[in-house]
Design a protein around this ligand. Structure first.
Ligand code: HPA
Length: 274
């Protein structure tokens, strides 16, 4: 058995020694978007620092726990706080918890993130359903030896984000009067926010939003056969008239303000997905 599979088996065994649960939905919450964890009835919360082979989250706004909880009457695994490439973790480490969720039986992965808007129709606070991504500005988590036990060497990426789930979310948003944007998320390494020229380039290349997470998790999830849904909160605008600067604080504040809409969408969606 390879090292990665050994590690995954050890992580799984540790988690299952704490709690033996059948949950097929996994949720990973982005910067400033961890409040969903408060509406989830927590059955068990394990600090990342206690889980074998888990990286430890260091960024402000990330609380760093794996939660088994109940949302809308369904068991869910929730990562409250995620790992980013810019923190110094490898792309494989960033993807590791997704693989752990796969080992625990997760079939559908729901992701949220804070992102900068480069679509000029977007406003701060908008929610953008991710219908595709560009991952080439950061490192692919599948580089290196392929673990055939997880998935195929050359995964198809023609529908990384489930169209069926996107349609379910649109219908939920419609019923609840939540306006949604939709578009392409461009993954970058960070930690710098982009220069004005970079935001423009990302727009020209077909991006609608840009952020420092999500694409590696999505790739790992697609690799092991999960369905993925991801949504961005637009926390700042990259293409703008003003000379304003972009700060982490304003990103967190915008994320916090949009949080209730996201909580409602995820709570309703969990009722409908398997
Ligand atoms: N760029 C990259 N990542 C981000 C941004 C941004 O403008 N906003 C929030 N995360």
């Amino acid at each position: 058995m390879s090292t990665l599979l050994d590690q995954l088996a050890e992580t799984k065994a540790y988690i299952q020694s704490k709690v033996n649960a059948q949950a097929t939905i996994g949720i990973i919450l982005g910067s400033g978007l961890g409040n969903l964890a408060n509406v989830i009835k927590t059955e068990m919360a394990i600090p990342y620092s206690e889980i074998p082979h888990f990286p430890v989250s260091t960024v402000q706004g990330h609380t760093g726990k794996l939660i088994l909880g109940e949302l809308s009457g369904k068991k869910v695994w929730v990562m409250s706080g995620r790992f980013h490439f810019y923190e110094g973790y490898s792309a494989q480490q960033v993807a590791y918890p997704v693989r752990v969720m796969h080992m625990l039986g997760v079939k559908t992965l729901l992701l949220s993130n804070a992102a900068g808007g480069v679509n000029t129709n977007f406003k701060v606070g908008d929610l953008m359903v991710i219908n595709d991504h560009i991952s080439m500005f950061t490192v692919n988590p599948l580089l290196g030896k392929n673990e055939d036990a997880l998935g195929t060497r050359f995964p198809d990426m023609s529908e990384p984000y489930s169209k069926a789930i996107i349609n379910q979310v649109k219908s939920i948003a419609g019923k609840n009067n939540i306006p949604l944007q939709e578009g392409v998320y461009v993954g970058v390494t960070g930690p710098t926010f982009e220069t004005r020229a970079e935001y423009k380039m990302i727009h020209i290349l077909g991006g609608d939003a840009v952020g420092m997470s999500t694409v590696q998790e999505t790739i790992a999830a697609v690799h092991c056969g999960m369905k993925v849904f991801a949504i961005s909160v637009i926390t700042d605008l990259g293409i703008r008239e003003e000379d304003n600067v972009i700060t982490h604080e304003e990103v967190l504040q915008a994320a916090n303000e949009a949080e209730p809409k996201l909580t409602l969408l995820f709570s309703e969606l969990v009722k409908e997905v398997e």
